[in-house]
Design a protein around this ligand. Structure first.
Ligand code: UDP
Ligand code: MG
Length: 333
């Protein structure tokens, strides 16, 4: 029997919080499944964790839901883990959420309600505020979205989390996108259909630490930008045009000064400064083009995005449901 909804959860070094997370998520998902008469499965993707995540995930009881555990051969990064989950999910509809407990599983009910009752195709969580984050990171994120949405026909909502539900037709659309450098946030907004943002306040991370260092965030942003939007190229072109325009005006001015008023040309410092500005801008633009060439190269090589080391499916059997009933009384809706 194919499930109606697959919940995809990427995991990287989440061993400490995983058993509790699984109980919590299963309880919420089961409640929704019962209320809506839906069959729900959970797909855990272990993204080459260095701790016990893979073993713990492999041993998780089904708790009344089908549970798949896909273990990747090494750490491929969150976007690759999401793609692995998408490839293994058997459900028609998809739900993505983080495995660190920051995305409250109670919201699954809201998402499913938006999909089933109000006919939305994509329901996604947006951070209600970012005041908990360092100012530098907030500024960086703002800048990133400005650039990403610069001149784009579909703008990607700022502050959207990787916590979203896609209806069967939205999920089918997402599955049809062929690119390998994926940026799920962007893609699931780009596909269109009826989209709905739901504000939320992420819970604090209870275990482990966020795996995004500044360099990693920069890397992901660059990848997201270049795989999704031509804006940096366009901006580079505009900077070039502005510089050339300024140089032309200044050049004309000098000629007029020399010929009309006979003012001698100032010495070489201004020439050196001009050279440096132009040289710098040229290198910058070449760097930006290089990023795109790297994306093209990686698409052309068409290497697999990830490798699966282990894959297990545990079906929700009667025993699983009984255990669940004993282990998890009333606590959740
Ligand atoms: N994650 C992953 N692979 C990675 C890094 C992170 O699968 O290389 C998972 C991680 O386990 C978590 C989610 O992606 O479930 C979000 O990661 P994190 O909490 O570090 O990011 P943040 O919440 O700070 O954006
Ligand atoms: Mg997190």
């Amino acid at each position: 029997m194919t499930p109606d909804l697959s919940i995809v959860v990427p995991l990287y070094n989440e061993a400490a919080g995983l058993p509790f997370f699984h109980q919590n998520l299963s309880a919420c998902a089961r409640a929704v499944g019962t209320a809506r008469a839906m069959r729900i499965e959970i797909v855990y993707v272990d993204d080459g964790s260095r701790d016990e995540t893979a073993n713990i995930a492999a041993g998780l009881p089904p708790l009344g839901l089908d549970v798949q555990v896909v273990a990747l051969s090494r750490n491929f990064g969150k976007e690759a883990a999401l793609l692995a989950g998408l490839d293994h999910a058997r459900g028609d509809a998809l739900l993505f959420m983080d495995g660190d407990g920051q995305h409250p599983p109670e919201m699954i009910e809201t998402f499913v309600g938006l999909w089933k009752d109000e006919g939305y195709d994509v329901a996604y969580a947006v951070k209600a505020d970012r005041t908990d984050e360092p100012a530098a990171r907030r500024l960086f994120v703002k800048l990133f979205y400005r650039l990403l949405n610069f001149g784009a026909s579909t703008s990607i909502p700022e502050d959207a989390a990787d916590f979203r539900l896609l209806s069967p037709r939205a999920a089918a659309a997402l599955r049809r996108l062929p690119e390998r450098n994926r940026f799920f946030k962007g893609l699931s907004s780009w596909i269109g259909f009826r989209q709905k943002a739901v504000p939320y306040r992420p819970a604090l991370r209870e275990h482990g630490s966020s795996s995004w260092s500044f360099l990693r965030l920069l890397g992901l942003s660059m990848e997201g930008l270049t795989s999704f939007s031509p804006a940096p190229l366009r901006l580079a072109g505009m900077v070039g045009a502005a510089l050339a325009g300024a140089a032309f005006l200044y050049g004309s001015w000098i000629v007029v000064e020399r010929l009309v008023w006979g003012i001698p040309l100032p010495g070489y410092p201004s020439v050196v400064v001009g050279l440096m500005v132009i040289g710098g801008v040229q290198l910058l633009v070449i760097g930006i083009m290089g990023e795109y060439i790297a994306r093209i190269l990686s698409e052309i090589k068409s290497r697999p995005v990830y490798f699966v080391a282990d894959h297990a499916v545990r079906h929700a059997d009667a025993a699983g449901e009984r255990t669940a009933a004993v282990e998890l009384p009333k606590a959740l809706p």
